[in-house]
Design a binder for this molecule. Sequence first.
Ligand code: NDP
Length: 322
Amino acid sequence: MKAIRIHEPGGPETLRFADVSEPTPGAGEALVKIAAAGVNYIDVYFRTGLYPYPMPGTLGLEAAGTIVAVGADVTDVRTGDRVAYTGVPGAYAEMAVVPADRLVKLPDGVSFRDGAAAMLQGMTAHYLATATYPLHAGDACLIHAAAGGVGLLLCQIAKMRGATVIGTTSTEAKAAFARDAGANHVILYGDQDFVAETRRLSGGAGVHVVYDGVGVSTFMKGLDCLRPRGMMVLFGQASGAVPPFDLSLLNLKGSLYVTRPGLPAYTASRAELVARASDVLGWIAAGTLRLRIEHEFPLRDAAAAHRALEGRRTTGKVILVP
Ligand code: NDP
């Protein structure tokens, strides 16, 4: 079978379309024939070496497809099931072995492409808006990179919960996507002072929460967008890692909270994984959460997908199709 292999950290050219032997499921595992794999910004961190990744290895953390074999002691799923998953390395491939307790079944009406697009970014948007800082009606939030994969989903879920959404993005074309996803206001953070704009748009008070997946270029200024006792949720670092800082700043800026969450801690148990995935996939099936799968590449072109994502040329979801 074919897979995208990486032997050492580096640029997109380190991603090689190669032949590998087909894996065999062991006890508690299923073999999934992948129909679509999700590309996520974390794949860039793994590729560059910012985050550790087993190398040589197959990149990718998210996919959807059909179970073609199961190992011993698998009871939750069976051969022929349409499934999706995230959090298991090796998804940029034609086949993958996945622990059965990490698989969720795709509801009728949710395609493989939808499943591959929904699991990582959808459940992330879900936990950010419902658990890390649970938005309530009347809350105001600032969402950076609001036209990105997580951003467009987070705008929609924040709106569902009755929040006022202020988004940031780099271009007017991306701003239109963010507005379409429910952002009440969009700031072009390359051109405008997003601190002044956020304060103005929140009537001078500041927002209850900042969701920041951009990192070093937005983090410190984001603290100035918060109202007293507001929460900074730093969930990524597309522009680079945030350096250490003096915690007493949080007092000076109004008794702020800072958290740095990750999806694994919010889907650690099977029950929490299934509950989050059921919400997200159920909303997609019902049409209340819209995916924008804007960029589809053949599996062999994973390097081009990475160039587009890192080059800020994407909106919504990027997927690979074997
Ligand atoms: P996106 O589709 O949001 O792509 C990244 C976006 O970040 C770009 O499109 C760009 O939007 C913006 N950006 C700002 N500065 C830069 C820069 N210097 N280089 C590149 N992009 C920049 O990606 P994802 O939706 O996959 O991920 C968004 C963030 O969320 C990432 O940091 C990711 O690691 C994080 N994440 C965290 C998770 C968690 O559980 N902690 C889970 C999932 C994602 P614009 O042009 O509008 O500025």
